[in-house]
Design a protein around this ligand. Structure first.
Ligand code: FES
Length: 140
């Protein structure tokens, strides 16, 4: 999330960051959040295989409160998909798609994901709309 946040900040955007710090005592990226003057909201983002009501309420409130022009999700794939489903096109969305990456060149296969029809794709070489990254994706 840091490179995305820095780019958004350098282009004059206000940044709101929702972080699930799980069982950690501190937010380990706090230095970068301060550098980008980000509004930080701590919340439990995921419960029982779904995004939490707390996160849904935050998303809805911020969409209503501000003229949000981008939601970026840097998280586990399942959280990205559930968030994308919840937002349902109300705001443009971008996401990370490289949680598992090694060479970044399409050679090693560390980033492969399996899709319907026994298709295997190397995510380091895939740049597309998040809707298509996860379409037909098998998460388990
Ligand atoms: S990271 Fe090596 S093939 Fe994608």
């Amino acid at each position: 999330m840091i490179p995305v946040m820095k780019k958004l900040y350098s282009n004059g955007n206000k940044i709101i960051v929702v972080i699930d710090k799980a069982n950690y005592d501190e937010v380990f990226v706090e230095k970068y959040l301060n550098e980008c003057n980000a509004e930080v909201i701590l919340c439990n983002t995921f419960q029982n295989g779904e995004i939490s009501e707390e996160l849904k309420n935050i998303i809805d409130a911020k969409i209503q409160e501000y003229d949000i022009n981008l939601i970026h999700v840097s998280a586990a794939d399942i959280l990205i998909v559930k968030t994308m489903d919840y937002i349902a096109g109300r705001v443009p969305l971008s996401c990370s798609n490289n949680a598992k990456m090694s060479c970044g060149e399409g050679i090693c296969g560390a980033c492969t994901a399996r899709f319907k029809g026994h298709k295997v794709k190397r995510l380091c070489k895939l740049q597309t709309d998040p809707e298509f990254i996860f379409e037909g994706r098998r998460f388990i």
